[in-house]
Design a protein around this ligand. Structure first.
Ligand SMILES: C[S@@+](CC[C@H](N)C(=O)[O-])C[C@H]1O[C@@H](n2cnc3c(N)ncnc32)[C@H](O)[C@@H]1O
Length: 421
């Protein structure tokens, strides 16, 4: 049991590949090449731990450009506005967000089949996802508290945005009858996940016909086959001189290795909710709490806490990072616990605590922290390896379990340090 057990089972459970190197990739590559795409010898392949990714057929030294995609092969809101949907979007009030415009464009292009310019790309997109919006009700219960909250928010967002687009559809029934009539939650959920798990960050000029939300989405064929590693060092971005999206690797690879990019310093909760995967080990892992959880600590009622103290903590934005990291409590969490357990009712004293450099814990703060972390440990779903050793878990359930075990490990490490300190 433990990490090896988890990894072995994750391998066993990963669904059989729908993406073996097939005619679809040959067609994709041909289409990309004929449109000016350049890349080192990278080939789609199935990896036992990450699923589909890109394999290098040659060694790659650090500092080399691995993929260079011309601007016309990026799908952005500009592509959408120049398409057959552009005029309808221009006329429509309330304005669609850039994200929704991209989603509807993708669904429209998928519906066109071989008649779409993007057909070779759309053919190799995943048909489903492992982000929470695809979880069953049962699977959602396996998530630790914070991840479950974020998952529920994601589901609510997708449902709300689906209803927004449904309204738009009823307005374009004359010009896009097939699209409007076939549009469903399933289509939207798929498109939403394609954009959110696969788009690259590329700030777009503001479009007057779209809402004010920041527009930073670009779908980038082939480049979006690259998986994430915390160790990968890359420079990625649109080069306005060459008018190409380029990725330069600062990590060297030998022949037949998987090539990675870095999606950012995300912990596993974020990776699971935003991208639908967790890493077996992740140096950015942290357990995030909120003030309500701290208030649920049984010791909270016995200390001299007050609504004014909570307001003070909120005003100074301490609740933005109440976390437990692999090397202990975050600065914000220490300051929050210090202020809450201060016997003083005076604002001046709370300010002094806040601006004092020292993060040494007095006995009362340490007891408060220990009591809180013990309470937090009890809040995890009780489903774990011990309670269902031979149970056949879905991939989603395994990821939830990995997340739970990793969070408990971090809390236990911190508790050990607090108790021995
Ligand atoms: C930009 S795509 C990368 C290519 C993707 N694996 C595919 O088959 O098309 C991002 C998705 O890849 C998967 N992924 C990326 N990095 C991963 C990793 N290190 N381990 C497992 N899955 C990963 C996740 O499903 C994520 O949502």
């Amino acid at each position: 049991m433990g990490r090896t057990w988890r990894q072995r089972n994750m391998k066993k459970q990963r669904p059989a590949s729908k993406h073996s190197v097939s005619l679809n990739y040959v067609l994709l590559f041909k289409w990309l090449k004929s449109n000016g795409f350049r890349c080192r010898k990278l080939q789609p392949a199935e990896f036992h731990d990450t699923g589909r990714g890109l394999l290098t057929l040659n060694s790659i030294p650090s500092g080399k450009c691995i993929i260079s995609l011309p601007g016309r092969l990026l799908i952005t809101s500009q592509t959408v506005m120049a398409s057959d949907l552009g005029a309808d979007i221009q006329r429509y009030i309330p304005r669609l967000s850039p994200l929704l415009a991209l989603c509807i464009y993708l669904i429209n292009e998928q519906l066109k089949g071989v008649d779409s310019f993007w057909h070779p790309y759309i053919q190799v997109l995943p048909t489903d996802f492992t982000t929470p919006v695809y979880y069953s009700q049962e699977e959602l219960q396996w998530l630790p508290t914070r991840a479950r909250q974020a998952a529920m928010e994601q589901i609510q967002t997708v449902t709300r945005q689906y209803l927004e687009l449904k309204e738009f559809m009823s307005n374009i029934i004359k010009s896009h009858q097939k699209l409007a009539e076939t549009f469903s939650y399933e289509h939207f959920r798929w498109a939403w996940c394609v954009v959110n798990t696969r788009s690259v960050y590329m700030l777009q000029p503001r479009c007057q016909f779209l809402s004010n939300e920041i527009d930073h989405y670009a779908l980038a064929p082939y480049l979006d086959l690259l998986n994430h590693s915390v160790d990968a060092k890359v420079d990625a971005g649109y080069n306005y001189d060459t008018k190409r999206y380029e990725i330069i690797t600062w990590t060297a690879y030998s022949k037949y290795q998987q090539v990675y990019i870095n999606y950012g310093p995300h912990n596993n909760t974020r990776l699971l909710v935003e991208y639908g995967f967790v890493l077996p080990s992740n140096c950015h892992n942290a357990v995030q709490f909120d003030l309500d959880q701290i208030k649920s600590n049984p010791m909270f009622s016995s200390i001299n806490s007050s609504d004014k103290k909570l307001d003070f903590i909120r005003e100074h934005k301490l609740q933005s990072d109440l976390s437990c990291l692999e090397d202990g409590l975050s600065w914000n969490l220490i300051k929050t616990l210090q202020i809450l357990s201060s016997p003083s009712p005076c604002l001046e004293e709370w300010k002094r605590i806040l601006f004092e450099e020292s993060t040494n814990l007095t006995l009362i703060v340490r007891d408060f922290a220990i009591s809180f972390l013990n309470w937090a440990l009890q809040q995890y779903p009780t489903k774990d390896e011990q309670c269902c050793p031979n149970f056949e878990l879905s991939l989603n359930q395994q990821m939830c379990m990995t997340l739970t075990l990793q969070e408990k490990e971090i809390i236990n490490q911190t508790l050990d340090a607090l108790q021995s300190g």
